[in-house]
Design a protein around this ligand. Sequence first.
Ligand SMILES: [Zn+2]
Length: 441
Amino acid sequence: MKYDIMLANAMVLTPAGDILEGQNIAIKGNRSEKVTPDTLQPGSAEKQIDCRGKLVMPGMIDGHTHTSQQLLRGKLADEYPMIWTRFLVPFESTLTEEDVYYSALLYCIQAIRAGITGFAESGGRHMNMTANAVIQTGMRAAIARSMMDSGNSITKSMLEASDEAIEHNDELYDRFNGAGDGRVQVYYGMRQVMTCTPGFIEKIAQHAEERGTGIHAHLCEHRNEVSFCLEKYQMRPAAFLDTCGLLGPRLVTAHNVALSEHDITTLVDRKVKMIHCPYANLINHGFPKTPRILEAGGYVGLGSDGAAYNSVDLFEEMRTLRAALISASGLPVFDPEVMPVRTMLKMATQGGAAALGMEDSLGRIEEGCIADLITIDIMKPHIFPTNNYTTAIVDTVTAQDVCDSIIDGKLVMEDRMLKTVDEQAVMEECSRRMAEINRRL
Ligand SMILES: [Zn+2]
């Protein structure tokens, strides 16, 4: 059989977090057909990449992001946490279709260069344009429409009647679910409990169920949300969403910081896919209870929360969460293993794959699994030599060390050159648009 791509002589990260040396990965279609130490015939693949000096690992998955907030970069530094009403709403509501398209292209470029091969978009306006950017760049994504049907005078500009909102998400689903050879999935978006009525949330759950697709929501990002729910429904957010029928394996919840013990049990029981956004959480609302959630058997992935006030870089997010949790909950009880390196890597790969509903076939390098993988140049003084490459990925590798990216069996970046999009042109266009948006605001 003639393979499409062969990664030869590679050091490979296994799903358990071990490193195998001298491996050959043969890709056919969108799958890794062979992962073997046996030498495969020269010329048995259309394209051969010599991976000596490189480490191959699964592409990371950004489990919660806002691709349309790229052009808000640099505006939110040193701001009081409640940026949502003062910055995000006016900004998001002024974006045109073309703004959203270029913003999503810039996100995809940044993400691919950082070793991210898939993401879950929690939603904004004009998500058809985000889907187009994903199709074009070769990325993988689950895209939702951000929906809300209630709120105050500030969020008014973004509210929709519930039926109309759902209808638009249905249209997005009909048009784009399965597009880009199956790389695009369309989820339903429930922005958060403070901006969606119970009847609306029930409808969202029902439409996702009928179509067998996912739902993306913000959950327990901050304490205000909990007190809002307690006051209005006499229940905490997780219990309230359960009464609306939203909790289940289809649901991806972002942040999950202000969780009680009972909330954790409920979310784990319902097999909800939880995502932390470490940097965004730590500078705004505090420490997630990650070790507790993992111990309870929950799915946990990592997200960037978009580029508005941090980078799209899961290497950084792994380091941030690990340092924060060891410092906060490990050191006081002499438990430096509270967030092991292997756990961090699983969160960034398999945890994110679960958020895309693909935990069985994505986020791992194994025969038969989908070929979304990256190579890392290890011949750099901050990496080589090392006694432990698994540790190095979490502790010292940076986004700039990512060399090649293969998504769905296609080479989308080779030697840090993107093959699907003109990076320079997108940056220039985004710069022009950022200035224009600032004028409009
Ligand atoms: Zn978010």
